[in-house]
Ligand binder design. Structure first.
Ligand code: ZN
Length: 327
């Protein structure tokens, strides 16, 4: 789709500057009950939003223009036409991407809000991870009488969803590594299973969190798990299918000897032989695919360790996939 003339893009550009809503009227005047609900929901205790001289939180700007279930008043056909053009072109999916607001004048209880919405811009065709499509930005000017109280820009991506990867090419999902849990994954990379420990009360925790659930302390260190545990609970996944994994497979909740629990694979045992109480030991397994290498802690049934007899023979089957309880 890249390159060449974009006939659809040219047709979409025509809508730039066209009104999407004209002379919309707020369903209710700015009012204290809505302000109070908003402040409670957001935990905003600013005294400016209370009492006889209260103003509305500026971030409520859009709330005063919302149409509720019955829809917006003053809506024109242009926006619907634009969306229909995109739908016809296969851009059937939509995601809101961002919102920008500008505040010019405080709104106060009793203010009657009117608004106009214009289709401010339609982007060039863009290729995104979600799919290829167009960003559509609308701008709503919110007024009280002739005074502009604020503007609200709302941007969506209307796109044709990318084709799903086939099972053969599907990559194993990557863990989401963030500032809170990076230490855990650094440990995994070194072949160590690290458990967070509260530096104040000593409570162990997993998954990794910024603070202690027991005492609220933000100070912590780690202890290295010996890697021994048992299956505390498990499920066998049959449906829905995920491209990277072939069902059925068992997902285990492992209780480590140290007391914390973590979700992982149970390997070395058929999915239908996983049982609550099954003794397991951690194993750091390396995966390779086109996205690169990935190391994950998995838990191997201890019954299968060090023996060719009994379940030990399943190790080789595990390597072929399907029996390993791969998640
Ligand atoms: Zn604590």
């Amino acid at each position: 789709m890249a390159g060449g003339t974009d006939e659809l893009g040219v047709r979409l550009k025509v809508y730039e500057g066209q009104p999407a809503a004209v002379s919309g009227v707020g369903r209710d005047p700015v009012n204290l009950p809505m302000i109070r609900h908003w402040c409670e929901a957001t935990g905003d205790t600013n005294p400016a939003y209370e009492g006889p001289d209260a103003i509305a939180p500026p971030t409520m700007l859009q709330a005063w223009t919302m149409g509720g279930l019955s829809g917006h008043g003053g809506r024109t056909g242009a926006y619907d036409e634009l969306m229909a053009l995109l739908d016809e072109a296969g851009c059937t999916s939509v995601v809101a991407t961002d919102c920008e607001q500008e505040y010019l004048k405080p709104l106060r209880p009793g203010d009657e809000v009117v608004f106009d919405t214009v289709i401010e811009s339609v982007s060039e065709r863009k290729r995104t991870k979600l799919g290829t499509g167009y960003f559509v930005t609308t701008r709503t000017d919110v007024r009280v009488g002739d005074d502009l109280a604020g503007t609200h820009r709302f941007r969506i991506l209307k796109y044709a969803p990318s084709a799903r990867p086939s099972a053969a090419k599907a990559r194993r999902p990557r863990p989401v590594v963030n500032r809170d849990n990076v230490g855990f994954w650094e440990g995994v990379a070194e072949g160590r299973l690290l458990i967070q420990r509260c530096a104040d009360c000593g409570t162990l925790r997993h998954p990794w969190l910024p603070g202690c659930n027991a005492c609220g302390s933000l100070d912590w260190d780690t202890v290295e798990s010996a890697g021994e545990g048992t299956v505390y609970s498990y499920v066998v996944m049959h449906h829905p299918p995920f491209p990277a994994f072939a069902p059925p497979y068992a997902v285990g909740l492992i209780e480590l000897a140290e007391g914390v629990r973590m979700v992982s694979n149970v390997v070395g045992v058929p999915y239908d032989k996983v049982r609550i109480g099954l003794p397991v030991r951690v194993e750091f397994r390396r995966y390779e695919d086109e996205e690169g290498a990935l190391t994950l802690p998995v838990f191997r049934s201890v019954d299968t360790l060090g023996g060719l007899g009994g379940l030990g023979g399943l190790d080789s089957l595990d390597g072929l996939g399907g029996l390993g309880g791969e998640v």
